[in-house]
Design a protein around this ligand. Structure first.
Ligand SMILES: [Zn+2]
Length: 222
C-alpha cells in the first residue's frame, strides 16, 4: 500500500466531545443486561473494553466519492457503486470490541469515525499501518482502546434475532474521562464486584490445590 494513494480525510469529529453530547445521554445510559428488553432505538452503555479484534481485517479501503468499500485491482481501486476505477481510496477503520460492564459482555462494531475519535488519528496514520497485514490489529490500536472505559451510543434493532449473539453498531463514543467518570458509578461498582467474585474463585482454586497436595501426601503414606 502506498501512502499517496490515500486521501487525507480526518473526520471532523476529532475534537472534544464535551459540549453538545452531555445532554444527549443524560438519563439514557442503560446496562448491557437491560438492552435485551428495550424497544428499538439508540441507547448509551458504559463499559470496559475487554478485547479489540476485527472481522477479518481491521480496515477497509473506501471510495473517495461515495464512501463505499472498493476492491483493489491492478493498483487501482474499483467502486461498484460508482462503477469506476480510481487510483485513490481512503483507508478506514473497522473494529470489533468485546466490552464488559461487570455483569454482561457485548460485542460492538466500531466504524471509521468512532475509531478515529478514540485514536485521535486516521487509520493510515497508525504506526506501521501500511506494512502490517490487514487481519492483525496493530499494537498501537490495542494499547489505545483495550482495558479502558468508554461511553458508547449503540443502535438497537428489533429484527436482530439472536439477542445474545448479535453485535451492536456504535454511532458515537465518548472518550472524555470526566464525563465517563460522572456516568460510570454503576459500572465501576459492578467491575469491583466482579473482581471480588474472581478472587473468591481464585481462593477456591487455591483450596483445591491444597487439598490435592494433602491427598497426594496421604496416599503416599498408605
Ligand atoms: Zn464510489
Amino acid at each position: 500500500m502506498c501512502d499517496d494513494s490515500f486521501l487525507s480525510d480526518l473526520p471532523s469529529s476529532l475534537k472534544s466531545d464535551k459540549p453538545k453530547i452531555v445532554d444527549e445521554f443524560e438519563g439514557k445510559i442503560k446496562s448491557i443486561d437491560a438492552l435485551f428488553c428495550l424497544e428499538e432505538g439508540h441507547y448509551w452503555i458504559c463499559a470496559k473494553v475487554e478485547s479489540v479484534s476485527c472481522f477479518g481485517d481491521w480496515f477497509y479501503i473506501s471510495c473517495k466519492k461515495c464512501g463505499k468499500k472498493v476492491d483493489k485491482l491492478n493498483n487501482q481501486f474499483y467502486c461498484s457503486g460508482c462503477q469506476n476505477f480510481d487510483g485513490f481510496g481512503s483507508m478506514r477503520y473497522m473494529l470489533k470490541l468485546e466490552v464488559f460492564n461487570g455483569t454482561s459482555t457485548a460485542e460492538l462494531i466500531l466504524w471509521d469515525k468512532e475509531c478515529a475519535h478514540i485514536m485521535q488519528k486516521k487509520a493510515l496514520e497508525v504506526n506501521g499501518a501500511e506494512v502490517i497485514s490487514a487481519n492483525i490489529v496493530p499494537k498501537e490500536i490495542e494499547q489505545c482502546i483495550a482495558v479502558k472505559n468508554f461511553l458508547f451510543k449503540i443502535v438497537l434493532r428489533n429484527e436482530d434475532e439472536f439477542l445474545s449473539m448479535k453485535s451492536y453498531n456504535v454511532k458515537k463514543v465518548v472518550t472524555d474521562v470526566d464525563i465517563i467518570k460522572k456516568h460510570s458509578a454503576n459500572l465501576l461498582s459492578n467491575l469491583e464486584a466482579s473482581k471480588k467474585a474472581l478472587s473468591y474463585e481464585d481462593m477456591f482454586l487455591e483450596e483445591c490445590n491444597n487439598l490435592s497436595q494433602i491427598v497426594e501426601e496421604v496416599t503416599r503414606t498408605l
